[in-house]
Design a protein around this ligand. Structure first.
Ligand code: AMP
Length: 357
């Protein structure tokens, strides 16, 4: 694609914190941003040139977006595929494309795709009935994690079962929706890799991050993670196979389990910028938000090397009330999302604590 000139307009479906930080990065490169989000006061609405307040499948809003945008992107994976198809039908470039989104929207399709491109996952079985859930749990050895196939995030829509009977009860408690049952990954730690691919097929991956979760929500990332060179290369190889396999354009986040024996398994892919990549804002030569904008706008990818060691901490709920103390720390960089209400567990901001390499 011909590189978009500064002054062009970029569309973002979704106006949460990721949309906000994408819009800020786009503005820094001279682009105008139009955000589509049904929430009138969403975080991105206060930093973009124009906010269309409408449902994601609102054809009039998609028309308005198509009329002004050189390219349209997403900040979350559950945008209805129809919205992207409608934009493409109106002749607008969309990145990442509908195939990447639909693959990431369904945990079974995602794992089938990953294994097909040589990106290993835990053993898994789909189930659509309570009986199938108990059979699948038995086939996987009894102790399983049951996840809804669609629309799970931050640990929601999943629960452990320790027997086939329990697996069918968990299936019911998750609403009787189609699920995937996963064998437990005996991981030593959780890592992630953020990578990008341009329209021309060029690819680049940031150094790995090491992540810790609480109650299913990312709490901290440390990056660059201390990993042997061969493991870092393996992660990069996985990322590049995934990007090429999806004919992907933009930044992707890939969550990995590092097993006791050092092998890497993919937990899931996020077809967007990712919370575990926020460290790049203060620790890498290009940050993930700018990298995404560069990739989708047909610009060359930026350099991905680390320039600092970063500990990223998510500020959840009332953590954000600590803002003034954090701002006074000599090595902290505070990023707040402008959300009005600090509900428990809600991502309100993050702090990058920056140390020399
Ligand atoms: P997910 O929603 O798939 O990202 O899962 C949320 C968290 O649950 C992950 O970050 C892991 O800590 C844990 N988890 C997910 N899948 C597995 C698995 N198969 N085995 C062990 N832990 C898992």
């Amino acid at each position: 694609m011909t590189p978009l000139s500064p002054g062009s307009t970029i569309g973002i479906l979704g106006g949460g914190q990721l949309g906000r930080m994408l819009a800020l990065a786009a503005a820094r490169l001279g682009f105008d941003v139009v955000v589509l989000d049904p929430e009138p006061d969403c975080p991105a609405s206060r930093v973009c040139a124009r906010h269309l307040v409408a449902a994601y499948d609102d054809l009039a809003a998609l028309d308005a977006m198509a009329g002004v945008c050189g390219v349209v992107t997403v900040e979350f994976e559950n945008v209805p595929a129809g919205a992207l198809e409608a934009l493409i039908a109106r002749g607008v470039a969309v990145a990442p494309g509908p195939r990447a989104l639909s693959t990431a929207q369904d945990r079974v399709e995602e794992k089938v795709f990953l294994n097909a491109v040589g990106a290993p996952t835990v053993d898994f079985h789909p189930a659509a009935t309570a009986y199938e859930a108990s059979e699948a749990a038995a086939a996987l050895g009894g102790h399983v994690l049951v996840k809804t196939r669609r629309e799970g995030y931050d640990g929601k829509g999943q629960a452990w079962a320790s027997s086939p009977e329990q697996a069918s009860a968990v299936f019911q408690s998750l609403g009787g929706r189609p699920v995937v049952l996963e064998a437990p990954a005996a991981f030593r730690r959780e890592l992630s890799i953020i990578a990008a691919r341009g329209w021309d097929g060029a690819m680049a991956a940031f150094p790995l991050a090491e992540n810790s979760h609480e109650a299913g929500i990312l709490r901290r990332s440390i990056a660059p993670a201390r990993v042997p060179l061969d493991r870092a290369r393996e992660a990069e190889g996985i990322a590049f196979r995934v990007l090429a396999g999806l004919d992907y354009v933009g930044v992707i986040g890939i969550e990995l389990f590092e097993l006791e024996d050092g092998r890497l398994l993919v937990n899931e892919i996020a077809p967007r910028v990712h919370n575990s990549g926020h460290w790049t804002q203060d620790g890498a030569l290009t940050d993930q938000f700018e990298q995404h904008i560069r990739a989708i706008a047909g610009w060359p990818l930026g350099p991905v090397e680390a320039r600092a060691q970063v500990e990223m901490e998510n500020l959840l709920g009332e953590d954000v009330l600590r803002w003034s103390g954090i701002a006074a720390e000599p090595n902290s960089r505070l990023h707040l999302y402008g959300k009005r209400e600090a509900r428990a567990g809600r991502k309100m901001g993050h702090v990058n604590r920056v140390f020399p390499l």
